[in-house]
Design a binder for this molecule. Structure first.
Ligand SMILES: NC(=O)c1ccc[n+]([C@@H]2O[C@H](COP(=O)([O-])OP(=O)(O)OC[C@H]3O[C@@H](n4cnc5c(N)ncnc54)[C@H](O)[C@@H]3O)[C@@H](O)[C@H]2O)c1
Length: 372
C-alpha cells in the first residue's frame, strides 16, 4: 500500500500524522511511504529523518493526495484537503463529524473510506486513540496552572510544592478520568496538596487503590465543591459526560469566594468548559482574569507539546495503521470490531450512527459497509 502523510494545515496544529518510526515500520512491512516536505517540522522531525526511515519526500499536499492509497493525518481534513480526496482512498485521522455537517457532506461526496481516530474503541470500553491526548492534557494542566499561579502572570504567587516552613498549593481536580488522573499525579508529584472529585465511586476506589494516598478523593457534590473552592489555589476542570456539553460546576458568583489570583485550568473547554466563566483561549494568549481569578482555557492543549503529542498519538495509531496497510481496510475491520467502530464514511455513505443522528442523515451499517 502507498501511505501518504501531508503537512497539517489547520491553524496552530504542529503535530504530524506519521512519525519517522511509524514510517520505518510501514516500510519494513513492505509498504511505500510518501511524506510532504516539512510535515514533521512542527514536531521536530526533519525530511532527512523520514528519508532515513525509508520514506519518499514530496513537495506538495496535492502530490501526496494524488498518489497515496491511505492518507494518515492528525486533524480533520480542511476544505481544500477534502477536494483532493478521491473514491476508494482511505483516510485515517481525527474527524469529529457530529458537529461538522460541511465536512461530513464533503467526505460522503468524495467516495473515500474514512476511519475516525476518536470512535475507535478498545476491549475496556475506552477510546484508545483519544486517551493519549487526554494523558498529555492532564499532565500539562498542573504545569500551565503552576505558571498561571506565578505573580507575573496575574497569579497568586504560590509555589506548587511550597518550601520547608511554607505549605504547598492546594489543588482541586474535578473529574477523575484520564485527564484528571494524570493531572492529579503530576500536581502531587510537584508537591501540591491534591484532591480529586468524581461522581463515580468505582473510579474513586480505583484511584485510591492505585495511587495509595498520593492524593485524596472526594465526592463531587455542589456543597463539597464549594467548600474546597474557597481553599483552592488551583482548580483543574476535567469532567466529561460522553456526548454532552460539560456541566457547569463552578458559577461566576462562586469566584468571589475564591482566593485572589487562584488559577482555574479548564481542560474540559473543548466540550464547552465546566466553569461558567470559561471561554476558549489559544496558546498565543492563553490566560485571562475574571473577578480576580485567573483562567487558562486552551482548547487544544496537546499542541503546546507537539513533539510529545505526536509520538504519543503515533504510538497509539501505529498498530491500526499497520493493520489497515497490511490487510486492507475491509479485512482489518472484519478482524477487529474496535477498528470497525472507527468507520465513519464509506463509498458515499455515512456509516456511524451517532453522526447520522446528530446530522439527520441516513446511515449504512458498518458491518454491511465492509462487505461492499
Ligand atoms: N483542552 C484540551 O486540549 C483537551 C485535551 C484532551 C481532553 N480534553 C477534555 O478533557 C475532558 C476530560 O476527558 P477524559 O479523557 O479525562 O474523560 P474521562 O471520561 O476519562 O473522564 C471524565 C470523568 O469525569 C467524571 N465526571 C462526570 N461528571 C462529573 C461531575 N459532575 N463531577 C465530577 N466528575 C464527573 C466521570 O466520572 C469521569 O471519571 C473532556 O472534556 C475532554 O474532551 C481536553
Amino acid at each position: 500500500m502507498k501511505i501518504g502523510c501531508p503537512t497539517e494545515i489547520k491553524p496552530q496544529e504542529f503535530r504530524v500524522g506519521l512519525m519517522p518510526t511509524a514510517a520505518q515500520e510501514a516500510v519494513a512491512n513492505g509498504h511505500e511511504v510518501v511524506v510532504q516536505s516539512g510535515a514533521g517540522a512542527g514536531s521536530g522531525f526533519t525530511d532527512d529523518d523520514y528519508r532515513a526511515a525509508g520514506a519518499v519526500i514530496l513537495d506538495t499536499a496535492a502530490e501526496i493526495f494524488a498518489t497515496a492509497d491511505m492518507i494518515v493525518k492528525v486533524k480533520e481534513p480542511q476544505a481544500i484537503e477534502r477536494k483532493m480526496l478521491r473514491e476508494g482512498q482511505l483516510l485515517f485521522t481525527y474527524l469529529h463529524l457530529a458537529p461538522d455537517p460541511d465536512q461530513t457532506h464533503d467526505l460522503i461526496a468524495s467516495g473515500c473510506t474514512a476511519i475516525a481516530y476518536e470512535t475507535v474503541t478498545d476491549a475496556q470500553g475506552g477510546l484508545p486513540l483519544l486517551a493519549p491526548m487526554s494523558e498529555v492534557a492532564g499532565r500539562l494542566a498542573p504545569q500551565v496552572g503552576a505558571w498561571t499561579l506565578q505573580k507575573a502572570n496575574g497569579g497568586r504567587g504560590v509555589l506548587m510544592g511550597g518550601v520547608p516552613g511554607v505549605g504547598p498549593a492546594k489543588v482541586m481536580v474535578i473529574g477523575g478520568g484520564v485527564v484528571g488522573t494524570h493531572a492529579a499525579r503530576i500536581a502531587a508529584g510537584m508537591g501540591a496538596d491534591v484532591t480529586v472529585l468524581d461522581r463515580s465511586l468505582p473510579r474513586m476506589r480505583y484511584l485510591d487503590d492505585a495511587f495509595g494516598g498520593m492524593f485524596k478523593t472526594g465526592y463531587s457534590s455542589a456543597g463539597y465543591t464549594a467548600e474546597l473552592l474557597e481553599q483552592a489555589d488551583m482548580v483543574i476542570g476535567a469532567v466529561l459526560i460522553p456526548g454532552a456539553a460539560a456541566p457547569k460546576l463552578v458559577s461566576r458568583a462562586q469566584l468571589s469566594s475564591m482566593k485572589a489570583g487562584a488559577a482555574l485550568v479548564d481542560v474540559a473547554i473543548d466540550q464547552g468548559g465546566c466553569f461558567e466563566t470559561s471561554k476558549a483561549t489559544t496558546h498565543a494568549d492563553p490566560i485571562y482574569e475574571v473577578d480576580g481569578v485567573m483562567h487558562y482555557c486552551v482548547a487544544n492543549m496537546p499542541g503546546a507539546v507537539a513533539r510529545t503529542s505526536t509520538i504519543a498519538l503515533g504510538n497509539a495509531t501505529m498498530p491500526f495503521m499497520l493493520a489497515l496497510a497490511n490487510k486492507g481496510w475491509r479485512k482489518a475491520c472484519e478482524d477487529d470490531p474496535h477498528l470497525l467502530n472507527g468507520l465513519n464514511v464509506h463509498a458515499g455513505k455515512l456509516t456511524y450512527y451517532a453522526v447520522g443522528e446528530a446530522l439527520g442523515l441516513d446511515v449504512l451499517s458498518p458491518s454491511l459497509a465492509v462487505k461492499q
